[in-house]
Write a protein that binds this ligand. Structure first.
Ligand SMILES: NC(=O)c1ccc[n+]([C@@H]2O[C@H](COP(=O)([O-])OP(=O)(O)OC[C@H]3O[C@@H](n4cnc5c(N)ncnc54)[C@H](O)[C@@H]3O)[C@@H](O)[C@H]2O)c1
Length: 370
């Protein structure tokens, strides 16, 4: 369900009878997406190898709410061409979300990162190409394809970094920003991003790329080393010390997951006219936070300040990234609707359903990439 029942803009909804494949459908974004599409009458195939710790909990949550005939689960690897081919049969659309998602893991295991993110994507693209009627595709790429933005001069302003150039301050980073793959994760996601755009050119696959900023919302347990908003909230609630890498003034735009789902559904419905295009998708300049600003918000919500320790900057960490979403917005009418303060409060409330102390169960490392 959308978080915005009173909003006047009509959302593009799924229609019953359509079959959609979500690779990585047990993950944070995949679970939210599957729930929405199933609620709207779609048949949803989830292909996920459950390699992300804790995502079985998401599948159990989905299975408890939806008809097993329409929620079809394949526990398989996206690199397994037979499993992917089978999962694709009869689908009208694919959301390709399955990925190795953490910069830190990619630095520790670059071959595995490459294999999942590049070979996995090519396996999917080839299987799609072999279909008699290839489905359309939306791929979730990342703002990390723009590297550390060292050509965007910054200055400090209070508790955050901001661009010196007023137009960048006003709008953020658009798709004309030069690609600069940085970190194995940036390289592997960027390579997948480019292959998908090329399959649209060379093989006429209908495919759209979203280069996404930080997404946050329910079902994001902030485990391991990705998902900093959820991670900070979980640590803050559980009284676990939070490690901030760098000075904490790095700025991100935050997009609430329901807003992302709206954009993903539009991209599906407009996949033909948008095919071969990449879009920066995030909360935009109106929905930004620095790390220390989020910590202050958590202190307000919890009534006590989280325990914080500082560590060295991490490799390639962007001091600033804010998406300029005007390209997608102007073509589709989409704009984020969840204000960042309301969104963080909603996620904090969502975590309250878990008994005090259980948050620690979701956390298995203090690191995350933002
Ligand atoms: N969450 C964000 O802020 C964000 C930002 C930018 C881009 N993205 C991209 O969005 C997508 C979804 O992210 P998320 O936050 O939901 O992550 P997530 O880790 O919650 O979900 C990814 C899912 O993919 C599955 N998976 C991993 N390797 C697999 C493989 N080889 N075969 C099959 N399944 C596999 C995992 O088990 C997990 O369920 C990813 O592609 C990620 O790179 C996310």
């Amino acid at each position: 369900m959308s978080a915005y029942p009173s909003c006047k803009r009509t959302r593009q909804t799924a229609s019953s009878g359509e079959t959609v494949l979500i690779t990585g459908g047990a993950g944070f974004i995949g679970t939210n997406l599957a729930h929405r599409l199933l609620s709207e009458g779609c048949t949803v195939r989830v292909l996920d190898n459950l390699s992300r710790r804790g995502v079985q909990r998401n599948l159990d949550w989905l299975a408890a709410r939806h008809d097993p005939e329409r929620l079809q689960i394949s526990i398989a690897d996206v690199r397994d061409s037979q499993a992917v081919e089978k999962a694709l049969q009869g689908t009208q659309h694919v959301f390709h979300l399955a990925a190795q998602v953490a910069v830190t893991t990619s630095i520790a295991q670059p071959l595995e990162d490459f294999d999942i993110n590049v070979r996995g994507t090519l396996t999917l693209l080839e299987a799609m190409r072999r279909q008699k009627h290839p489905p359309s595709l939306v791929f979730t790429s990342t703002n990390k394809v723009y590297g550390n933005l060292d050509d965007v001069p910054l200055r400090r302003n209070g508790s955050r970094y901001e661009p010196r150039k007023s137009s960048t301050r006003r709008w953020g980073i658009d798709e004309t920003q030069a690609l600069q793959f940085w970190s194995p994760y940036g390289c592997s996601k960027g390579t997948a991003d480019q292959y998908i755009l090329d399959y649209a050119r060379v093989y006429d696959l209908t495919a759209v790329v979203f280069r996404m900023s930080c997404i946050y919302g329910p079902h994001q347990f902030g485990t391991e080393d990705q998902g900093w908003v959820a991670h900070f909230l979980l640590c803050g609630c559980a009284g676990i010390p939070i490690t901030v890498f760098g000075d904490g003034m790095q700025v991100r735009d935050l997009l609430y997951v329901d807003d992302l789902l709206d954009a993903l559904q539009i991209a599906w419905r407009q996949a033909r006219p948008f095919s071969g295009m990449a879009f920066n998708i995030g909360g935009g300049p109106a929905n930004t936070l620095s790390l220390v600003e989020l910590l202050a918000m958590i202190a307000e919500l919890e009534g006590k300040a989280p325990v914080v320790q500082f560590a060295q900057w991490r490799h390639g960490d962007q001091r600033y990234f804010v998406a300029d979403t005007r390209r997608f917005g102007e073509l589709s009418g989409w704009a984020p609707r969840m204000d960042v303060r309301a969104g963080v409060t909603a996620l904090h409330r969502w975590f309250q359903q878990y008994p005090p102390g259980s948050a620690a169960l979701f956390l298995n490392t203090a690191e995350m990439n933002v």
